[in-house]
Design a protein around this ligand. Structure first.
Ligand code: B12
Length: 283
């Protein structure tokens, strides 16, 4: 208690000491505001992000509205328009024609150094809201499950949009998904596989630093005598990398997930899946 009081006294002292040095008239609050409000920043810099991506955005409705809602980080519109679209179109069409192009446009501006993390986060949230809704909707009513799939995003990695998309396709196809979430430690993945005995396990990694968890997971599974396919997706991974460790099979598109699961359930080995994924689960 005494230590705490001394601590507060010190903090108050520091604040008091700082006060006289703050000259309010010297601070240009407009500039501070500009720096931290990305939407205002775009206006002040004369940026027209929509113009920069118009060639890669959908032109037809409802895809245009959905894609721009994701692009602008407008979760409300993304969700409402996705709800409406789901009455007429299958999830794959909504993802491929509306949600994914919107996120792709944001990724492009981020990669080009025009957008920053705050814009990307807003867009990711908008996309997640729509994807979560689709997942709940398509999963409801499917009582008889085809089998289990364990999914995760690699340790240290929080990029979960791709994993969540793949989950939508699996749930829609009647699979029970054990979703371990994101930033999942290697041993947690191994334990979940031992516990749930899925037909396959999936991993997503968007960073070169995090994809290194995949060979560790594969090694531990093999040590335990578990030889199910380990389907690896995410922007960081490529076929060459995934082929360096046993069990690994590359996944390029989320919609491939149910085809991989069907094949695994039929008993097609991870090595056959690796060799023939082009035929079994085309991207
Ligand atoms: C969105 C995003 C974010 C969002 C993530 C929000 C979220 N909930 O996911 C936020 C803003 C939080 C973020 C944070 C960061 N990010 Co970021 N981010 C991106 C961005 C712009 C898009 C990624 C994305 O979601 N793509 C869309 C999804 C759908 O693609 P996907 O996951 O690859 O999935 C596809 C396939 O791979 C496949 N798939 C994936 N998984 C699976 C699974 C199965 C079973 C199957 C079948 C298929 C499949 O299906 C999908 C297509 O259908 C990329 C840039 C880019 N061009 O990719 C950077 C990027 C990935 N980020 C990057 C970085 C560095 C970071 C930060 C470290 C930044 C920082 N300084 O803090 C942090 C990471 C913190 C952490 N510990 O993870 C780098 C990674 C660099 C690298 N190669 O190592 C990138 C490449 C940007 C860059 N060019 O530098 N980011």
């Amino acid at each position: 208690m005494e230590g705490r009081e001394i601590g507060w006294a010190m903090v108050e002292g520091i604040i008091a000491g700082l006060k006289p040095s703050v000259k309010e008239e010297a601070i240009d609050f407009d500039k501070i505001f500009v720096r931290y409000n990305v939407l205002e920043e775009e206006k002040k810099l004369g940026l027209k992000p929509e113009e920069l991506v118009k060639d890669i955005m959908p032109k037809d409705e409802p895809w245009k509205t959905i894609a721009y809602a994701v692009f602008k980080g407008d979760a409300k519109t993304a969700l409402e328009e996705t709800k409406k679209a789901l009455e007429k179109f299958p999830p794959k069409e909504i993802v491929d024609k509306g949600l994914a192009p919107g996120m792709h446009a944001v990724s492009k501006l981020y990669d080009d150094g025009i957008y920053y993390l705050p814009q990307v986060m807003l867009s990711a949230d908008a996309m997640s809201a729509a994807v979560q809704f689709i997942e709940q909707k398509v999963g409801a009513g499917k009582v008889e499950k085809k089998g289990k799939v364990v999914m995760h995003v690699a340790e240290g990695d929080i990029h979960d949009l791709g994993k969540n998309l793949a989950k939508v396709f699996l749930v829609a196809d009647g699979w029970e998904v054990i979703d371990l979430g994101r930033d999942v430690p290697v041993d947690e993945v191994v334990k979940a596989v031992e516990k749930h005995k899925p037909v396959m396990v999936t991993g997503t990694a968007l960073m070169t630093t995090t994809m290194t968890a995949f060979p560790k997971i594969a090694k531990k599974l093999i040590e335990k005598g578990i030889k199910i396919p380990f389907i690896c997706g995410g922007g960081a991974v490529n076929e060459d990398f995934v082929n360096t460790f046993e069990l690994g099979v590359i996944a390029k598109k989320a919609h491939q997930a149910p085809k991989f699961a069907e094949a695994a359930k039929k008993g097609i080995s991870w090595s056959d899946l690796r060799a023939k994924w082009h035929e079994i689960a085309p991207a």
